[in-house]
Design a binder for this molecule. Structure first.
Ligand code: PMP
Length: 464
């Protein structure tokens, strides 16, 4: 067999095309191959341990070795490994999970629709909103507003919601009818002399102006993460959501909270909507829903949305959408066990407490000449690196500092994510106080090494 004697890395390069990777660079560099996990640590094929400060992809709430989730999956695989939810069929795990999600929702929700991923969940929700607007006699109301820098997924519709050039370039996206407004990153986008409240007023005015110029009767929904994750861990100023909601309500624009990262305790409350005081019409859940031990996501819709969708499906004879894996019994059983563990082990309170320790530690690093801003809330944080604090200038082109830091951190046994020059941290909810201290120690070492490196680069005049 070709390649059978090659190393795993060589086979990976030979056979696999990777997400979010420069394919040609990968041929040179190869992968880091993770073999197993223990709590907040992952261990590579050579036995090196890394503190996984990103919970994989913002998702492994319970860490990488939770036996109770493995047991839940095994029990369900033995009882019923697969069944579907099409055409009036159902099964106990998806029913129990749907009931639990409705019970936990921060505002009254009516129904749950399951998908395999957050991208699909956003995709389906856009379709349901279009379907509903056709049903209620508002067929022109189809445009969707999201924000620059937002992440909502990669299917054609959810990638159109996403506000990142790298997700659009080369794919002829976004599709027509997807509009983007500015995001609430005050540190970057606040104007000289503007305070946070004035900044928020400017963003609310921008949203209002866009709705009016497009025609309110054409705008279906505003989709946003309560706290932006993959766009750089952007925490909205306190009055932001209240003002945005007022504008949306004024024009009958539905509000969708994409809680894929924020949900299940990440921000120190159960949902980001609670942390930021949002009352959405629909919510998207995934990632920490199952700690990503199984792929699953959920769309929650309120009664107003559901009843129009239900009537339309009745009129047309069927709701013509569905995935083979919608509400998969094993994924549902794992998600239900995962949520119960988060609740029983009081991991949301724990995350809030550990978050305070993390943020206090990061604030101590803010005196480094490289740290422009430390931000975050609960167990999610962003540290934005700059070489000149007054001008917030990057070293060379944006992303160079972030790339160097991320690679050094990995060398130092710490997995973080560089988003431009912002370093994201999002450790598992189970992280202990000692592990937070270890994370901070490795972060500090990496920061010092990055500073030494940056000083050696041409033209870096360090202004502390
Ligand atoms: N929404 C948000 C807020 C996300 O962070 C992500 C994934 N990072 C998605 C949607 C898409 O989820 P998936 O990767 O499961 O398609």
């Amino acid at each position: 067999m070709p390649g059978s004697n090659d190393s795993l890395a060589a086979k990976d390069v030979r056979f696999q095309l990777h997400s979010y990777t420069d394919a040609r660079a990968h041929e040179e560099k190869g992968p880091l191959i993770i073999e197993r996990g223990e709590g907040v640590f992952v261990i590579d094929e050579h036995g090196r341990r890394y503190l996984e400060a990103m919970s994989g992809l913002w998702s492994v709430a319970l860490g990488f070795s939770e036996q109770r989730l493995v047991d839940a999956a095994c029990r369900q695989l033995q009882a019923l490994p697969f069944y579907h939810t099409f055409g009036h069929k159902s099964h106990a795990p998806s029913i129990a999970l749907a009931e639990r999600l409705i019970e936990l929702a921060p505002v009254p929700m009516s129904k749950v629709y399951f998908t395999n991923s957050g991208s699909e969940a956003n995709d389906v929700l856009i379709k349901l909103i279009w379907y509903r607007n056709n049903a209620i006699g508002q067929p022109k109301r189809k445009k969707i507003i999201s924000r620059l820098g937002a992440y909502h997924g990669v299917t054609a519709l959810s990638a159109s919601l996403t506000g990142l050039p790298s997700v659009h370039k080369g794919f002829d996206l976004p599709l027509p009818g997807f509009l983007h407004v500015g995001n609430p990153h005050f540190y970057r986008h606040g104007r000289p002399g503007e305070n946070e409240e004035q900044f928020v007023e400017r963003l609310a005015a921008e949203l209002q102006a866009l709705i009016l110029s497009e025609g309110p009767e054409t705008i279906a929904a505003f989709v946003a993460e309560p706290l932006m994750g993959a766009g750089g861990v952007i925490v909205p100023p306190p009055s932001y959501w209240q003002r945005i909601e007022q504008v949306c309500r004024r024009h009958d624009v539905l509000i969708v909270a994409d809680e894929v990262i924020c949900g299940f305790g990440r921000t120190g409350r159960r949902f980001g909507c609670e942390t930021f005081g949002i009352t959405p019409d629909a919510m998207i859940l995934s990632k920490q829903l199952s700690s990503s031990y199984q792929p699953i996501a959920a769309v929650l819709i309120n009664e107003q949305l559901y009843s129009a969708v239900a009537d339309q499906s009745h009129a047309l004879g069927v709701l013509g959408t569905g995935f083979t894996g919608s509400g998969h019994p094993v994924a549902s059983a794992v998600a239900l066990a995962n949520i119960n563990i988060i609740e029983q082990d009081r991991l949301i309170e724990h995350a809030a407490l550990m978050g305070q320790r993390l943020h206090a530690g990061l604030q101590r690093l803010a005196s480094s000449p490289l740290v422009g801003q430390v931000r975050g809330c609960g167990l999610i944080a962003g540290v934005e690196l700059v070489i000149d604090k007054p001008t917030k200038a990057p070293l060379g082109t944006l992303g160079q500092l972030g790339k160097y830091f991320t690679e050094r951190a990995q060398h130092n046994g710490l997995i973080v994510r560089g988003i431009g020059d912002s370093i994201a941290l999002c450790p598992p909810l189970i992280i202990s106080a000692d592990e937070i201290d270890l994370l901070l120690e490795r972060f500090q070492r990496t920061l010092d090494e990055t500073l030494d490196w940056a000083r050696k680069q041409q033209g870096f005049a360090c202004t502390a």
